[in-house]
Ligand binder design. Structure first.
Ligand SMILES: C[S@@+](CC[C@H](N)C(=O)[O-])C[C@H]1O[C@@H](n2cnc3c(N)ncnc32)[C@H](O)[C@@H]1O
Length: 757
């Protein structure tokens, strides 16, 4: 944020103009480091008050004001603005409030309640003499196709390694619509289920679409959704009570409807605008509202499992402001009636000020993006066939019986596919996919899980909510298949395996193993939701519930009765899972029978030195230049410097300063001996020549995971679900081509640390 020079410059310019116009008593709400207050004081404001609710930021702002000789000019208050009173905290009402409490979804930091309170209690009572910077915002949205978003929204496969998942719809929590009526008012609680309300997720995630893995495509034009006037207290009240509108967006390019992307143009004053569009490269990402088949409820119950939309169709989007947040929700897809709507979005903003605003870009399909081609009724993606894509009548929705009839998928609509691991030295992995009975009728009455209704066409499936990263992991077919084949191989050697799975996160492998004939699977660290989901799926797959055990920590000591120990090693962020090596060591010593196997067998860690300005921007204030000469970097960097960050090396702009080098080997299957836990503590020194001149920003590392003999997964490969971890250098280190770099790496408590000399 502080590296965003244009953001800083725009606020400075709007504040200077207002002070020159006579607004010389200013309250900065959410001052952060104090930057906007210093702009106001420097511009000549006579009284500058700034409030900050975070104690850490308040203290930091104090240091920044001292360092910039502004301590006497800015009166700093540690408080949330809505707790400020006149004359206790500030002597009198002010004519000008400046605030940059804006998130990717515009209102997510509580802008409406902040301004509602400010207009009532803190700004001059004569509204004509008072104003707010920013003065307003125009919110825009477009429909996007984006595989990376899709993979984190919902399970894309009806089966995973023999596990039938046709009865359940596993979706991300963000995709559950806000509990409200179409007019924007909240739904009365009819089931006294307060917990559910408490757990309600934000309605959007955020993504920097410019750098999203695999790219994205806009499949509609960018359309105005709402315009907010922050200088109109009545309007703010109205937004807070709830507003809504329905939009129809014409599809301009055939594709898959994965999400509605939203961003905004912030109007600081009539002459100063800031767009947060994907191409703007501002510090704000875009808000992403996922679209699910469950959201679409045409009268004919025409749910589109594949969410393919075609040029000329209309996508209906319900837009609302409720609970002080913007919600966008796709409700329907309809074919355009010939002669109407000629590519004109219905209900576009009509305010007169709109013409002066730039919405940023009107995105057309990006030519360089490689979109997986599809024919009418199937979309293929790499080696996998999306059976769910058969758009017409693969599934018939029977409203009355609330049941789902699944056609015989084996007749020409096979799920099974041979997946090649596709990495050097790997064997090909055997087939995956669910075997689904012909014409079976599945009742939904078995559900003991929290299930969610999306309204409209009743879904015959139970909708179960998972975390995004867990869905990303489940949709990584190659990872599923690798783990499955490793356990399958062990089952071939010994029937009736007893398996201990210490993965902690959601694991489908336990159920797949039971289907394969495992005698019992014990899982550690599964929260209640995961337990319910696993029980639900096991019931649907006729798996004996007694064979699936959940324990909080590791089971009681002394039962060295497990044949196999299974775990996930690497978090989606690319670092080792917290305490994973210690967990393996403990479980291996206490619970694995001698001769038992650990899956994965071993792993090697590789590193590479890189320079990246973008990476620096993510993790620190790059210089005082970006804050227009104010001395802030030193303070925020001291406080913020993170040693580890995660990146997507596929999209991060960077220069490689060395070739990749090996750092560690961890072998989890050494026979029982005094040395078998040697993976717990490691120290190595590696010497590597620099292959380029540049300043070293960090060392990125990744894992080659040998799940079984010759079955390798690499956390760097596309399209795996992992990102990569980077150890940031405390200070830039200049390197020259040919320099010998001395890399010292250590691993303690499953944390990898790297220094370079
Ligand atoms: C995005 S930062 C902006 C910092 C600074 N204004 C700038 O532009 O660099 C927002 C800050 O506002 C604070 N904040 C948000 N709402 C607030 C409120 N109603 N009262 C006081 N502080 C608030 C947050 O704690 C956070 O530090």
């Amino acid at each position: 944020m502080l590296n965003d020079t244009l953001r800083n410059q725009s606020f400075k310019s709007a504040i200077e103009t207002a002070v020159k116009q006579g607004y010389t008593s200013v309250l900065d709400i959410g001052t952060g480091t104090g930057l906007l207050s210093m702009f106001a004081a420097k511009a000549g404001a006579q009284e500058v008050y700034s409030c900050e609710m975070s104690k850490t930021m308040y203290e930091l702002a104090g240091d920044v004001l001292v360092a910039n000789q502004m301590k006497d000019k800015v009166h700093l208050i540690h408080a949330k603005s809505t707790d400020i009173t006149v004359p206790d905290d500030i002597p009198k009402r002010v004519p000008l409030i400046v605030t940059e409490t804006v998130d990717a979804g515009l209102l997510g930091e509580g802008m409406l309640s902040t301004l509602d309170h400010a207009w009532e209690h803190l700004l001059l009572s004569d509204k004509t003499q008072a104003r707010v910077i920013p003065s307003g915002a125009t919110v825009v949205a477009c429909l996007v196709e984006c595989e990376a978003i899709r993979k984190q929204n919902r399970l894309l496969y009806p089966g995973l390694c023999q596990l039938d998942l046709t009865q359940v719809s596993l979706v991300c929590k963000t995709s559950v619509p806000h509990r409200q009526q179409r007019d924007g008012t909240a739904v009365e609680d009819d089931d006294d289920d307060d917990e559910e309300d408490e757990e309600e997720e934000e309605p959007y995630t955020t993504e920097n679409l410019k750098y999203v893995r695999g790219g994205y495509r806009a499949i509609s034009d960018t359309t105005c959704v709402f315009q907010f006037d922050f200088n109109d207290p009545q309007a703010i009240r109205k937004y807070r009570k709830g507003i809504s509108r329905d939009l129809q967006l014409p599809v301009i390019a055939t594709g898959r409807l994965d999400a509605i992307a939203m961003w905004f143009v912030l109007e600081l004053d009539p002459d100063t605008h800031l767009s947060t569009s994907p191409s703007s490269d501002r510090c704000w990402e875009q808000a992403i509202f996922p679209v699910l088949p469950e959201h679409i409820h045409s009268h004919g119950c025409e749910r589109r499992e594949n969410l393919v939309v075609r040029e000329g169709e209309m996508v209906h989007v319900h837009c609302s402001v409720a609970n002080d947040l913007i919600h966008l929700y796709c409700t329907d897809i309809k074919r355009e009636i010939p002669g109407t709507q000629k590519n004109q979005p219905q209900g576009a903003c009509t305010s007169s000020s709109q013409s002066s605003l730039s919405f940023g870009d009107v995105f057309r399909p990006v030519p360089s993006y490689s979109f997986c081609g599809f024919e009418d009724n199937s979309v293929s993606q790499g080696a996998y066939q999306f059976v769910e894509n058969s758009e017409d009548s693969l599934r018939d929705c029977d409203e009355n019986s609330h049941s789902l009839r699944v056609r015989d998928l084996s007749q020409g609509e096979k799920l099974n596919s041979t997946v090649d691991a596709g990495t050097q030295g790997c064997s090909s992995i055997s087939s995956y996919g669910a075997s689904i009975n012909t014409d079976k009728t599945i009742s939904t009455s078995t559900s003991k899980c929290d299930t969610y209704s999306f309204g409209g066409c009743p879904s015959p499936k139970s909708t179960l909510l998972l975390e995004r990263h867990e869905l990303g992991r489940l949709n990584d077919i190659e990872v599923n298949t690798a783990y499955f084949s490793a356990v399958q191989k062990l089952q071939q050697e010994k029937t009736g395996l007893s398996i201990l799975d210490i993965t902690q996160g959601f694991s489908a492998l336990c159920l797949q193993s039971l289907l394969q004939g495992a005698a019992q699977v014990t899982l550690t660290g599964q929260d209640e939701t995961n337990q319910m989901i696993l029980r639900h799926i096991s019931e649907a797959n006729q798996i004996d519930a007694g064979k699936l055990l959940f324990v909080n920590g590791l089971p009681e000591e002394g039962d060295q009765g497990y044949d196999v120990l299974v775990t996930e090693l690497v978090e989606p962020c690319g670092a080792l899972r917290q305490q994973v090596l210690e967990d393996i060591a403990l479980a291996k010593v206490s619970h694995l029978r001698p001769g038992g196997g650990v899956v994965p067998q071993r792993t090697s860690v590789y590193g590479m030195c890189i320079h990246s300005e973008k990476l620096k921007e993510y993790s620190m204030v790059v210089s005082d230049q970006s804050t227009l000469g104010w001395n802030i970097a030193q303070f925020i960097n001291d406080f913020k410097m993170r040693t580890h960050v995660d990146v997507d090396l596929q999209t991060l702009p960077y220069t490689r300063l060395t070739e990749p080098f090996k750092i560690f080997d961890f072998d989890f299957n050494l026979p029982h001996s005094s040395d078998m836990l040697n993976f717990l503590e490691k120290d190595v020194t590696v010497r590597v020549p620099a292959c380029e001149n540049g300043s070293l920003t960090g060392v990125v590392y990744w894992f080659d995971i040998y799940v079984a003999d010759a079955v390798r997964l690499c956390t760097l490969d596309e399209p795996r679900h992992w990102r990569q971890a980077v150890v940031m250098m405390a200070e830039d280190l200049d390197v020259t081509l040919g320099d010998g770099l001395c890399i010292q790496a250590r691993c303690r408590n499953s944390c990898i640390d790297i220094t370079v000399k």
